[in-house]
Design a protein around this ligand. Structure first.
Ligand code: ZN
Length: 261
């Protein structure tokens, strides 16, 4: 099992110029560049499944469906470069990098039963990208003076003179605040609802994580997505409030009857 710090790290140079920290959000171009660099690094380290793999195809198909719902004005303002890839690894994890690269781990896919479950996570992750949550988090932390302190320690970067801050984006760095997580869950709910799938799928996934934890497991994704009980409740509340009846969940194409027993 790899350590969680090894996964992605990239340097972000030039956010802070001069002697004073300016509070600013990395612009979209910067997010895109950083996301692409992190994705390239990840591809070098990990075994990425070929595009012809059934799981990659299914993930890409769902991703395209979500992209088709994004308003043209948003795409014009923020030309995302979404990619959908699967990493061969026992790790139970999935994440999206700033600007659009999305990675799912086979360890997580193996635990999923329905397309509704997969779409819920994908919708959640794409909401982080579309909401520019990473960039906002950088801005928030900068505002609190937290980021510079932490980074100075990591990189032994001086804080005086013309300091250049190196900001590391690790997977732990993709741990969003609760509000961004709730926003992403709402995004997942909305996309399931809009595309005719069942948002219960997303709640199932969080329940599955809880069950794994109960059995002594330690899903990697829980490090960035805690509070499962509350999240399940919130999703269930959204389902109730919508007053809609959602269709039955659809089994993932590679899941056999045997697996469902
Ligand atoms: Zn999240």
């Amino acid at each position: 099992m790899q350590t969680r710090f090894l996964c992605v790290s990239l340097l972000f140079v030039g956010l802070i110029g001069g002697s004073q920290a300016q509070s600013l959000k990395p612009d979209f171009k910067t997010q895109l560049k950083l996301g692409k660099e992190a994705a390239a690094e990840l591809r070098k380290k990990e075994k990425v499944l070929p595009a012809s793999d059934q799981r990659v195809k299914h993930l890409t198909m769902l991703g395209s469906k979500i992209i088709a719902t994004i308003p043209a004005s948003e795409l014009k303002a923020r030309p995302y470069e979404f990619t959908f890839e699967v990493i061969e690894s026992k790790e139970i994890n999935a994440f999206a990098l700033p600007g659009g690269p999305v990675f799912f781990y086979t360890g997580l896919l193996e635990k999923l039963k329905t397309t509704d479950e997969l779409l819920g996570i994908l919708g959640h992750e794409l909401t982080h990208v579309r909401g520019e949550h990473w960039a906002k988090m950088v801005e928030d932390q900068q505002g609190k003076g937290l980021l510079v302190g932490v980074l100075s320690e990591i990189f032994k970067v001086g804080r005086t003179g013309r300091t250049v801050a190196n900001i590391a984006l690790t997977l732990d760095g993709l741990k969003y605040s609760r509000n961004y997580e709730y926003a992403a869950d709402k995004g997942g709910f909305d996309i399931e609802s809009r595309l005719g799938y069942n948002p219960q799928g997303m709640a199932n996934v969080f329940q599955m994580f809880l069950d794994l934890k109960g059995k002594g497991g330690d899903p990697e994704i829980l490090k960035t997505h805690p509070d499962d009980k509350k999240r399940i409740q919130r999703i269930q509340d959204m389902i109730k409030k919508s007053g809609k009846t959602f269709p039955a969940e659809v089994r993932l194409p590679w899941v056999t009857n045997e697996r469902l027993k």
